[in-house]
Design a protein around this ligand. Sequence first.
Ligand SMILES: Nc1ncnc2c1ncn2[C@@H]1O[C@H](COP(=O)(O)OP(=O)(O)O)[C@@H](O)[C@H]1O
Ligand SMILES: [Mg+2]
Length: 319
Amino acid sequence: MNETTPALAIAAHGLVKRFGANTAVAGLDLDVRRGEMFGLVGPDGAGKSTVIRLLCGLLKPDDGAARVLGFDLLGASAEVKRRIGYLSQNFTLYGDLTIDENIEFFAELHGVGGWQARRDELLAFTRLTPFRRRLAGALSGGMKKKLALACTLVHTPELIFLDEPSTGVDPVSRGEFWSILSGILAQGVTILMTTPYLDEAERCHRVALLYRGRVMRAGTPAEIRAGLPGRLYRLEAPSLPAAYRVLAAGRPVEQLVLYGDRLHLWSPTGAEAEARAAVAQLDTAGLGPARFQEITPTLEDVFIGLLGAEGASDEKAKI
Ligand SMILES: Nc1ncnc2c1ncn2[C@@H]1O[C@H](COP(=O)(O)OP(=O)(O)O)[C@@H](O)[C@H]1O
Ligand SMILES: [Mg+2]
C-alpha cells in the first residue's frame, strides 16, 4: 500500500438496481476498508448477489455511485475488473478438465504471465497439490470451492468478492476454508463475502445486515450485538419444543425464538419481569422446572429482533 492508496476498498452511495417492478437494491450505502473481511448477510432474496454484481461492474446501477479500489466504477470498470476477483454463487469449473488445467485456463483468460509458479503457490495454499491431476468433476463440494477460490486468485487481485463461498461445503471443510480465507487476508487482500449464515458472519471484521436491498445495520459483530434494545434471556426447561409451543401463544413472533437446543426470549423493553412471567407460566403448565438467564445476543437474535421491529417477522423463517 502506498500513500495514494485509498483507505476504502469500496465506497458505495445510494446504489439502486431494479428488475422491472422489483427493486433488488434500494439505495445502498456501503464502506469496506482495505484489508478487512466484510460480510454481507441476509436472507435469500435480500439482494446480496445483486450488490456484488453491481460492485464488480457486471450490472449497471439505476442510480447511485461507487468507488472500488479508488476508481469510479462507471468510469473505470476495466481498471476495476483487472484488480478484483469474483467467485460467483453459481461458479463454473470445467468438470472434464483437471485441477491443474482449470487454473491454467483461468490464468490464460486473465493473461497472467508466468502462471505456473502462481499455480503451484495457489495449489499449496489451498492444499490441493496432491490432487492436481484429478478431474474437477470428480471433486467433493469443499474441494470444488477451494479450486474455484484458487481460480479467483490466479491474477493476484487486491479485492475479492465471494458470493456464499461456504454454501454446499461440509462443516469440516468449512473450517479449512475459513483458515484459507485468513491466509488470503494475511496477504493484504480485501474480502467482501456474502453469507446466509449469521454464525459465520460473526467471524468477519465488519458486517452489514441486508434486508430488501437495504442495509439495516452495519458495524463490527460486537457493535451490532450491542445495538439490540432491551435484554435477551435464555430459557431452560426439560422440553424446549413444548415450552416454545406454550409461550409462543400470545407473544410477538420475534420475541421468542427456538434454535434447536436453545430457547431465547427477547424483551425489547429490558424488563426482567417478562422472563420471570415466562418461567412461572411454564411451571404452572407442568413444563418445569424452568429457569432463565440473561445472555449476550448473537447476530441472529439481533436480526430477528430488527425484522420483527420493522414489521417483517414473517421473513424470519427464510434466514
Ligand atoms: N437477473 C434478474 N432478473 C430479475 N430479477 C432478479 C435478477 N437477479 C435478482 N433478481 C431479484 O432481485 C432480488 C434480489 O436477488 P439476489 O440479489 O439474488 O438476492 P440474494 O443473493 O440475497 O439471495 C430477488 O427478488 C431476485 O428475484
Ligand atoms: Mg445470492
